[in-house]
Design a protein around this ligand. Structure first.
Ligand code: SF4
Length: 346
C-alpha cells in the first residue's frame, strides 16, 4: 500500500493519536464547485470533456465488475455465485435499510440551498425519504410489515430514530452548508485494458476550485469497522481507478465518513498504486471468468459468514448450493448488474 491513510474523529473528539493528518493534506475543497458537473447526477461519465477512455465501448457480453461484486468474489467465491449467478434473494437487514435511507437523505439534503442544510432539515427528510424508498423497494417495506416482520409502530420509530442519530454523526464531521458537491450518487464506469467494464455508484464527488477530486463515501453500518475497512478501501480505489481512466486524474483524497463513530478516514492514492490495482482487477476478472467456465465457486469461510444470508445453501454450514442456472450458458448472463437500491458495502 503506497497511499497514505489518516483518520480523524469529530471536531468534538481528539484526533486518533496513531493517525495524524497527512502533512501534505491539501486545503479541503469545502466550497468546491464544478459548473460542468452541477447537473450531472447519475451520469458522471457523460459530462466529462477530457475523458481518455470514456468513449470506449465494452465488447458485447464482455465481463463487468462493480466494487460490491468484486469484493464478494475476494471475500468468498461462493458468495459471489449466490449473489451474481444464482441471484438468490436477500432480505435487507435493518442496518442496510438504514444505510440506504441515510444515503438518500444526504443526497436530497444537497438539493436544498446551502444555508438551509441543517441537522433539523436533514432530520425532517428522514420520514418522507423512507416513504419514498419503501414505495420503490417492497423488500424495505417488508421489514416493518408482513409475515415475520417486527411489529410496526415502535420498531419503525426506533429505526427512524437510528437514522437521525447517524445524521448527527454526519453533522459532527462535516458542515454541508460549506460544501457544493460536484456530483452525488453518480454512476461512473470505465473500460479498462479494452476488456473489462468497471462501474459503480459514487456517493459524492467534490471538486476543488483547482480541479482536485475528492471521492466521499458514507459508511453507516453497525458491523465492526475492522471487518469491513479493507472492503471499503477496495471500493474507494475502484472509484479512483474509474476516475483516473475516464478523466486522467488521480483523486487527491478518498474519504470514508463513518457516521456511527463520527469519524473521517482519508486515503491518498497515487497513480502507480491505481495501476497496480487495475492489474489486480483484471486478474480478479480472469479468475471469475474461469470459475464461471468451470462452474467452480468455492466457499471461503471467514468472520464475514456471520453477515451472509446464504448459510442454508453453503456446504460450510451443511447446505447444498442450488442447481447451476441454465441461463448461465448464454453469453454475458450473470455479468455484474448495476448496483441495486440496497447494494451497499456498509
Ligand atoms: S456462509 Fe461464509 S463461506 Fe458460506 S457462502 Fe456465505 S460467506 Fe461464503
Amino acid at each position: 500500500m503506497t497511499g497514505s491513510l489518516a483518520t480523524t474523529g469529530s471536531p468534538a473528539s481528539p484526533a486518533a493519536p496513531d493517525a495524524p493528518a497527512a502533512p501534505d493534506a491539501p486545503a479541503a475543497p469545502e466550497t468546491a464547485t464544478a459548473p460542468e458537473a452541477a447537473t450531472a447526477r447519475g451520469t458522471a461519465t457523460a459530462a466529462v470533456p477530457d475523458a481518455p477512455d470514456a468513449d470506449r465501448q465494452p465488447p458485447a457480453g464482455g465481463p463487468s465488475l462493480s466494487p460490491s461484486r468484486a469484493a464478494d468474489f475476494k471475500t468468498c467465491p461462493l458468495l459471489f455465485r449466490f449473489r451474481t449467478i444464482d441471484r438468490l434473494p436477500e432480505q435487507p437487514s435493518p442496518d442496510q435499510a438504514r444505510g440506504t435511507l441515510v444515503h438518500a437523505v444526504l443526497e436530497r439534503l444537497f438539493d436544498l440551498p446551502a444555508a438551509e442544510r441543517t441537522l433539523e432539515a436533514a432530520a425532517d427528510l428522514v420520514a418522507p425519504q423512507w416513504a419514498g424508498l419503501t414505495e420503490q423497494e417492497p423488500a424495505l417495506a417488508a421489514l416493518f410489515a408482513g409475515p415475520g416482520a417486527a411489529p410496526a409502530g415502535d420498531a419503525l420509530s426506533v429505526f427512524l430514530r437510528g437514522a437521525r442519530e447517524l445524521l448527527e454523526g454526519y453533522f459532527a464531521v462535516e458542515d454541508p452548508r460549506r460544501l457544493e458537491p460536484a456530483e452525488r450518487e453518480s454512476l461512473v464506469s470505465a473500460l479498462v485494458a479494452d476488456e473489462l467494464l468497471i462501474r459503480g455508484y459514487i456517493d459524492r464527488l467534490d471538486v476543488s476550485p483547482a480541479g482536485e477530486l475528492r471521492v466521499v463515501d458514507y459508511k453507516t453500518g453497525g458491523a465492526p469497522r475492522e471487518a469491513f475497512e479493507g472492503r471499503a478501501l477496495f471500493q474507494l480505489k475502484f472509484y479512483a481507478l474509474v476516475l483516473l481512466r475516464t478523466r486522467g486524474v488521480v483523486p487527491r483524497v478518498l474519504r470514508l465518513l463513518y457516521l456511527k463513530d463520527a469519524e473521517v478516514c482519508d486515503y491518498r492514492p497515487d497513480a502507480e498504486e491505481l495501476e497496480r490495482f487495475e492489474r489486480t482487477l483484471l486478474a480478479l476478472s480472469g479468475a471469475i471468468e474461469r470459475a464461471k467456465r468451470d462452474r467452480d465457486f468455492r466457499p471461503k469461510p471467514s468472520k464475514l459468514c456471520g453477515w451472509c444470508s446464504h448459510q442454508a445453501f453453503c456446504p460450510e454450514f451443511g447446505g447444498t448450493p442450488p442447481p447451476w442456472p441454465e441461463r448461465e450458458t448464454a453469453s454475458g448472463a450473470g455479468d455484474d448488474a448495476a448496483p441495486e437500491v440496497v447494494d451497499r458495502l456498509g
